[in-house]
Design a binder for this molecule. Sequence first.
Ligand code: PDD
Length: 281
Amino acid sequence: MTETFGIYQGKITPLSEIKVSPLSRAYTFSDSIYEVIPFYKGKGFCFNEHISRFYECANRMGIKVDFNLVENEILALCEYVKKEDQSYVYYQISRGIDEIRSHLVKNKMVPERFGYATKIIPSTKPLVSMIVDDIRWKRCSIKSTSLLGNVMSMNLALDEGCDEIIFSHEDKITEGGASNVFFSKDGEIFTPSLKENILPGVTRDFFINALRSENILVKEQDCCVSQLDQASTIWFTSSTKGVQPVEKIVNASYVRDNNDEAFKTSRLIFNQSIKDYLSKT
Ligand code: PDD
């Protein structure tokens, strides 16, 4: 197996050699944000969009960090996986390391920068999902490492044979455990709007724009759980999944229509748009 390389405070080493203080606020409070940036043979996909979201999240958290440094470190990590067809860089910024654990941040802190690069092995396994109550906090648009609600719910679903979950809040769909949700019905495509408590997915946005340029409009609106039963296809989007259809929902009567043109066409457009994007960069 090839070695995975990581970076911590600017120093690149094998991932296994990185040592972090237990008083890192990432460790004690999840006081940290992260990005997952996909690369195709070393070419960043929507790199600027990922950096913009990261920057926005850092601002909202009041974490001050040099983003030129962040960008350069992500690109340096990508060098280690540039031969891979698909890879990603995980990169995390924490507020810093406390002298002794304290909720209150009284002194200016030096942010901690940590990341690693690894290849993606695209999954061809049909996805099984489960609808679960969205137990998360109210600031899910921040890409924070505080993912306990996601992790607990996803692992309960894993026990039922599921790969991903669909969160719902007051009967409305929000998003997946680590992805955004779309579905088609009667030839139309729907996704929960960003006013729901969800992450503004970079892949979600790319997908919607790719379809728009082919005059296919995605309806970003309130989506009820009951609509999923009548959906022709339900799918997830994310930087690591791309576009992946759901075969089965263990607690709903959704039956996937394998001849659904709306899904087939939109996936083709998405895949072609990625190719076009990469050929231009
Ligand atoms: N997750 N919603 C949630 C809760 C996510 O964690 C993610 C991505 C997305 C999709 O965002 P994007 O298209 O920008 O990847 C939506 C990443 C991949 C992760 O946590 O590993």
